[in-house]
Write a protein that binds this ligand. Structure first.
Ligand SMILES: [Zn+2]
Length: 363
């Protein structure tokens, strides 16, 4: 079997004690690194070592190229596994077909990171903060977020601005991207061990699991030290519905709470292996969410569409009741205004998705 070992960060640079992990990639990866679907651009080409592996010193250009490739690959692999489990006929390439997604780890000296369909590219920017340079590509959360936009765009191309005109559809995109950052941690068994150790099994404890983009957030929002928190109690009536990122927090919070409650059912077993259960429940909830996304309308989908499909598809009565409770609390099940939250024409032409839109957003 062809395959390479590559090195990647396990989480955000601010979580330096978590360090790096070695990722096995069971397909051909050539110099660059490049694979059939992912191409690193804009940095000096990295050559594999004599064994065909890509192992680099941390925090130099070669590391950023290898880490970013491995992180995009790993998140893409997790999501495609979930989408194929829901429907084996989903596209295997990107929105534009099988030509590779170009990934630029050091795109431009500015804030944020972007997925741009028209350019077939993800751009990770870098910026100066005090005496440091902050590289967004080094945040596993930000890489996961942008990769999720690219994969979801392949699966639901008409959820893109211009094809869909509802704020809620774009907010599903943003929520899915933030939740992917959570699921991408749960997809790493060694990180599940770290999460259990730092939370002591309480997934509502404030840990790196639910916080999005810690290092980036610390530079932009000093008091919080993160950009967004998946573990929130926001209801639709609590947020500014004209802001897609604010709106997205409501769906993100509901799915996060469902995940925590399902996990708590499983750990009631006195002989439970907490870390293995966390890994398994993460996949279980991701697969249910993805299944609902596949079955949701091809354009202008709403939170209510996703919630109703998840509830009606659910075979396990305990899980179903959990979903009804959390989607109900958030105001999603009774929401009838999704169809009037239209995107203003000025925003419809934007062919891009970013992870950190506004440095002054308040939680
Ligand atoms: Zn985004």
């Amino acid at each position: 079997m062809p395959g390479q070992i590559m090195i990647s960060r396990k989480q955000d640079p601010s979580m330096s004690e978590l360090g790096t992990s070695r990722v096995f990639i069971p397909e051909t990866v050539s110099e660059g690194p490049n694979s059939k679907l992912i191409r690193i651009i804009g940095l000096p080409v990295v050559q594999p070592d004599q064994f065909g592996n890509f192992i680099s010193e941390i925090n130099n250009d070669a590391f950023d190229a290898v880490h970013t490739f491995a992180a995009v690959w790993r998140v893409d692999n997790m999501l495609r596994r979930a989408f194929r489990a829901a429907d084996e006929n989903v596209p295997s390439g990107w929105q534009w077909g099988d030509s590779p997604l170009k990934v630029h780890p050091h795109f431009s000296h500015r804030s944020g990171a972007w997925y741009r369909r028209r350019s077939k590219r993800i751009e990770f920017n870098y910026f100066s903060y005090k005496t440091e340079v902050i590289y967004t590509c080094r945040s596993y959360d930000i890489v996961a977020h942008e990769t999720a936009h690219a994969v979801l765009d392949a699966m639901k191309p008409d959820w893109y601005p211009g094809s869909s005109s509802l704020k809620q559809t774009l907010a599903i995109h943003e929520s899915f991207a933030d939740l992917t950052a959570v699921f991408a941690l749960l997809d790493q068994p060694t990180v599940c061990t770290d999460i259990i150790a730092s939370s002591q099994g309480d997934l509502h404890a404030k840990t790196f699991l639910s916080l999005f983009a810690e290092q980036y957030g610390a530079t932009k929002r000093h008091l919080n030290g993160y950009m967004r928190n998946a573990d929130n109690d926001l209801r639709l009536e609590d947020v500014d519905r004209s802001m897609r990122y604010e709106l997205s927090k409501v769906l993100t919070g509901a799915i996060y709470d469902i995940f925590v409650d399902v996990f708590e059912i499983h750990i009631s077993d006195p002989y439970c292996n907490f870390a293995a259960t966390l890994n398994r429940v993460g996949e279980l909830v991701l697969h249910r969410l993805v299944d609902a996304i596949i079955k949701a309308p091809e354009s202008n989908a709403t939170f209510k569409d996703i919630a109703e499909i998840m509830i009606s598809n659910e075979q396990d009565e305990y899980y179903r009741q959990i979903m009804i409770r959390h989607f109900g609390y958030r105001g999603i099940l009774l929401d009838s205004t999704g169809d009037i939250d239209y995107i203003p024409d000025t925003e419809l032409g934007l062919d891009e998705f970013c992870s950190c839109p506004n440095s002054n957003i308040t939680e």
